[in-house]
Ligand binder design. Structure first.
Ligand code: FES
Length: 191
């Protein structure tokens, strides 16, 4: 007795195998459509927010301001020209704007310029808020005494990890804080 098949080119494929193959194809198509809904194209294509916080000079970002505007401790929006007219190299200037962390420290470089990252004052030991001690050039945690240098690197425990960083974009006389870590930690030296 021979196995019958309706397809002349695949005489050995039984009806059961064909059914399984069709079920497999149907399952794959359903999974693809479902993934398309759960993982929309924006997560693959960079959004303008991601693009313009990582590459503010990109031609598509000319009029786009990523993140939120940094404010001083009184809640007034910061103007870059005013800030740099008084800031000194080495200053760390606490600013508000993000929901978490509520405070971030801008880094003033030499010559005076606002660095592309701010230092988050959340202690990496147990989450207390560190304070910038300008005369010691360190961030000091009031809870268990951890100390970090002026870049937020641990110099004394019990904390083991450096302070976190926030992306900063300086544009149109504004300081913009972007709530995402930097792709590359500028404190880590390359090979
Ligand atoms: S929370 Fe900062 S040292 Fe413990």
């Amino acid at each position: 007795m021979t196995t019958r098949s309706s397809h002349p080119q695949f005489p050995l494929i039984s009806g059961l195998q064909r059914r399984r193959f069709l079920q497999y194809m149907l399952g794959s198509a359903t999974a693809t459509i479902t993934l398309g809904f759960l993982w929309p194209a924006e997560s693959v294509e960079p959004t303008l927010e991601n693009l313009c916080s990582a590459s503010p000079l990109n031609s598509r970002c000319k009029d786009y301001l990523p993140g939120v505007q940094a404010k001083n401790k009184d809640g007034q929006p910061l103007k870059v020209d005013q800030l740099l007219s008084t800031a000194q190299p080495g200053d760390r200037i606490g600013v508000k704007g993000l929901a978490d962390p509520r405070l971030a420290y801008l880094v003033i470089t030499d010559p005076p310029r606002i660095a592309e990252y701010a230092i988050n004052p959340t202690c990496t030991h147990l989450g207390c808020t560190v304070k910038w001690e300008a005369n010691q050039h360190q961030f000091v945690c009031p809870c268990h005494g951890s100390r970090y240098d002026n870049q937020g690197r641990v110099v004394k425990g019990p904390a083991k990890r450096n302070l976190g960083l926030t992306t900063v974009v300086v544009k149109q006389n504004q300081v913009r804080l972007v709530a995402r870590p930097l792709a590359i930690d500028p404190r880590v030296k390359g090979p």
